[in-house]
Design a protein around this ligand. Sequence first.
Ligand SMILES: [Cu+2]
Length: 406
Amino acid sequence: METFSLCSFFLLGLVLLFTNAVPSLVDAKTHYHEFVVQATPVKRLCKNHNTITVNGQYPGPTLEVNNGDSLVVSVVNRAQYNVTIHWHGIRQMRTAWADGPEFVTQCPIRPGGSYTYRFTIEGQEGTLWWHAHSSWLRATVYGALIIHPKEGSSYPFPKPKREAPLLLGEWWDANPIDVVREATRTGAAPNVSDAYTINGQPGDFYNCSSTDTVVVPVDSGETNLIRVINAAMNQQLFFTIANHKFTVVGADASYLKPFTTSVIMLGPGQTTDVLITANQPPARYYIAACAYASAQGAPFDNTTTTAILEYKTAPCPAKGASAKPVSASLPAFNDTATATAFTTALRSPEKAPVPTDIDESLFFTVGLGLNSLFPTLGRKTTTYFSLIVHLPREILETIANLKPKK
Ligand SMILES: [Cu+2]
């Protein structure tokens, strides 16, 4: 009798467990993808390169999921380099080994090898991206990762008519792996890129590029969601669309308290979701991005990449490759006031509880110098750049002394 009641109690527990679990099991999907990493001929800036891509696409495939879904991505490495894929911004709850940085959470996938990433997207909605996390392969091996709201729920803003990811990238007229190898050898900064790109295309202001400029079609009056992703290697970027305002609604797979602006600024790796209403006279308008570079004297790629926002209802003379788009005005490269005005406008939709009592402030010093190595065994003296990050003992002691005596 006692066995029976214990057993029924256990069964009842199981039934309750499954009744709770069933709805989420039904809603959540698992998406299967194969990523073949391979060298692909890609022509940019008048020259052909044997570019490392995923499935021959540059940028790579866009992955779309709903919050709560799982991804299973089988990566096959047919390139001549080691590779891993990182799912930028995914929290990887209980699947840290699927995060991707080589030699950190996994060994690289060797040429000829393969590896399957499995993880679930939990509690994140908006725009993220994926990229290679081995040497500088991510210069060309990257793509969008879009997380829609859970099945049955909606955005906390009016449903956009259409959605488009715009990935900002950097292009070297060289093999990016050679660029970073040279930088590692000398210790100096890597050569700056030769172009920025929007969805892999440099746009109208670069040689041999204007016929392939990306066109984003819109209908008059409709509101669309543009998911801007800064997939550049190193560069903070300003982004704008001529004569149009953005309503910023999300960043890095989190919703924001909406605000309007005509220019946004993204650090490398960041994403920003903006709503844009096609409320201007039907025509073609430049979408443009350029560097925000405030360090004095540091070289940077000072070019401008463009795509075109094209009203489908534009009269014929204002449409097609022959019609000149309305030009966009971007901030100056060192316009810190505009960059700061944007970043300080970012707010969570609701008040977020954060600790406000600071126990200790830490001071770091960062230095860049030259180190001369003495000749050994007949080798020449070599001078290297050397970087020092230091938390001096005196500062630690100062902090200790500043503490109120109890
Ligand atoms: Cu990343």
